[in-house]
Design a protein around this ligand. Structure first.
Ligand SMILES: Nc1ncnc2c1ncn2[C@@H]1O[C@H](COP(=O)(O)OP(=O)(O)OP(=O)(O)O)[C@@H](O)[C@H]1O
Ligand SMILES: [Mg+2]
Length: 138
């Protein structure tokens, strides 16, 4: 139910990153985007959009994953990174995806992860990884 497009900065510097764990974070964010879109668009005959973009910033590389889902309701915005917090039915979600993403990005890579969301418009998760940050050995 969604098209995925990418907008990747060709001039990104190399950064330290535990590739397998970073890829898991990206997958978690993209699966969440797909679920959010499917909740809105399923059966509508229309497609939502997932967009993955990268940009070099002053002190970091920024990765954004955007979706055109329903947005994250205000009441749960402070909980989405909590371990085992989920609004999905048993079998679809365990509430681990964003908790893992937070651990991998913040604790292991000294980066940041946050989101911007607008009800009825969609959500963008923004990951920043430091350019020259110290990386804890995995
Ligand atoms: N892109 C999004 N749009 C709307 N809500 C979201 C989005 N991403 C996460 N959420 C909300 O945050 C909750 C927690 O997300 P998280 O990825 O941690 O767990 P999950 O997707 O429910 O389960 P799991 O990732 O373990 O399969 C989701 O259940 C959902 O309510
Ligand atoms: Mg998830």
């Amino acid at each position: 139910v969604a098209d995925l497009t990418t907008d990747l900065d060709p001039g990104l510097p190399l950064i330290y990153c535990v590739a397998g764990e970073f890829n898991q974070v990206m997958l978690n964010l993209i699966v969440n985007a797909g679920h959010a879109i499917s909740d809105v668009f399923k059966g509508s005959g229309r497609k939502g959009a997932i967009r993955v973009s990268t940009r070099r910033q002053e002190e970091c590389v920024e990765i954004r994953v955007s979706d055109t889902g329903a947005g994250i309701p205000e009441a749960i915005q402070s909980k989405v990174f909590d371990p085992f917090f989920t609004t999905k039915p048993v079998g679809k979600g365990t509430g681990q995806g964003l908790a893992i993403a937070h651990t991998v990005i913040v604790k292991k890579h000294r980066g940041t992860i946050r989101f911007e969301t607008t009800a009825g418009v969609g959500t963008t998760f923004i990951v920043q990884l430091p350019l020259a940050g110290e990386v804890e050995a995995a």
